[in-house]
Design a binder for this molecule. Structure first.
Ligand SMILES: Cc1ncc(COP(=O)(O)O)c(C=O)c1O
Length: 402
């Protein structure tokens, strides 16, 4: 009998396995009854779990418990931040129609931004300005400063991600906040990929809103949060029972929130050790892949001496003369799972909007693959990829898979 090949999971940026602490915390509440809005003892017990979880997350990320708004994940938190702040700020001052962001944001930011540009209900749409990034995918803060200086009074908000999900580059969030503060413009950051990977401190960095999600930090799917400063006006997207300070109605998912909080607490506690261990694995992977395929190009910022400027678990390459999707399938046949990071609609591979924003050609963008490591990754995983990548690239090239 032939044994199925071991799965080598190198797609932790897409989703990472739950940690046992989160499974335990979640399971402990799955069989308990009680709506956290009910007034009886079971309801109060459920409410206590939610409020303790809120405190755990607030302590881990340095915000006030009342600033944690639970959502169904990163996509909802991004939508709430962008639409909620835009609508509130434009209502307060109809001149505020500009939103400043970057072309490398996740679709959970870019698509609501695009949606907001359309006129609705008698209001003109937003004007979205996507600021330039350099070849490593780092926002050019000078461009932000310049556009704000030129016309500060019509800006509703700024949204810049903390860490890019495709190429792993960290953004200069502290500088963004400094520039924005001078003009009193709120800043939202999508920190979905950053929490647990790099230090994230809501109060210290001074952003007004921050997105995180459970399934990227070892928690369950379908739960996340928007950290939103209490002073930040947010128009609700979901109306109903008035949960989550009337910003996000809907019966609260108590077990998921308990699992989420346990995962965030552990991820933040272990962040430094994680970054050291996974960063070393990433360096081994990068050296191994470049050794096996010398003309491969590492995309994104190079890690600096302290291993920062790039997510510790991210390695993103272009393989000239290869189609990323074909290479992905060849690796998958060997049990090695990774991602192109780009959307594939109707079976036609689309070049990644992130790579295009970094100034790459469509061919370069289409020849890219992302390998992302996480808390369960091992040296054996990395070595399996390093052994397989050369022959797979040769096969993709000789078969003319492009
Ligand atoms: C940077 C970033 N933002 C938002 C999301 C969406 O989060 P969720 O899957 O929880 O909706 C993702 C998920 O891939 C992401 O990587």
């Amino acid at each position: 009998m032939t044994r199925a090949p071991r799965t080598v999971y190198l797609d932790h940026a897409a989703t990472t396995p739950m940690v046992p602490a989160a499974v335990e915390a979640m399971s402990a509440h799955l069989l308990e009854v009680g709506n956290a809005s009910s007034l009886h003892a079971s309801g109060r017990r459920a409410r206590r779990v939610v409020e303790e979880s809120r405190e755990t997350i607030a302590q881990a990320l340095d915000c006030r418990p009342g600033e944690v708004v639970f959502t169904s994940g990163g996509t909802e938190a991004d939508n709430l931040a962008l639409k909620g702040v835009f609508w509130s700020r434009r209502t307060a001052d109809p001149r505020r129609v500009r939103i400043l962001s970057t072309g490398i944001e996740h679709h959970a930011v870019l698509d609501p931004l695009h949606w907001l540009t359309e006129p609705r209900d008698g209001h003109p749409g937003a004007t979205v300005e996507l600021l330039p990034v350099d070849r490593d995918g780092r926002l050019e803060v000078a461009a932000l400063r310049e556009t704000l200086e030129r016309s500060p009074d019509d800006v509703a908000l700024i949204s810049v991600m903390w860490a890019n999900n495709e190429v792993g580059t960290l953004q200069p969030i502290t500088e963004v906040v400094e520039v924005a503060r001078a003009y009193g413009v709120p800043v939202h950051t999508d920190a979905v990929q950053a929490v647990g990977a790099v230090p994230v401190d809501f109060a210290a960095v001074g952003v007004d809103a921050l997105t995180l999600t459970g399934h990227k930090v070892g928690g369950p799917y379908g739960v996340g949060a928007l950290l939103a400063r209490r002073e930040l006006e947010l128009t609700a997207l979901l109306h109903g029972g008035g949960q989550e300070r009337d910003v996000r109605s809907g019966t609260i998912d108590v077990p998921a929130i308990a699992g989420f909080a346990a995962a965030v607490e552990l991820a933040v506690k272990e962040q430094a050790a994680y970054a050291a261990r996974v960063g070393a694995l990433r360096d081994r992977l990068v050296a191994g892949v470049l050794g096996a395929v010398p003309d491969a190009v590492l995309n994104g910022a190079a890690p600096d001496a302290a291993g920062i400027d790039r997510l510790p678990g991210n390695a993103h390459f272009s393989f000239p003369d290869c189609e990323g999707d074909s290479l992905l399938m060849l690796l998958d046949a060997q049990g090695i799972e990774c991602s192109t990071g780009s959307a594939c609609s109707a079976g036609v591979p689309q070049p990644s909007h992130v790579l295009l924003a970094l100034g790459r050609s469509e061919d370069e963008a289409r020849s890219s693959l992302r390998f992302s490591l996480g808390h369960t990754s091992t040296v054996e995983d990395v070595d399996a990829l390093v052994a397989a990548i050369g022959p797979c690239v040769d096969r993709a090239r000789s078969a003319g898979l492009r």
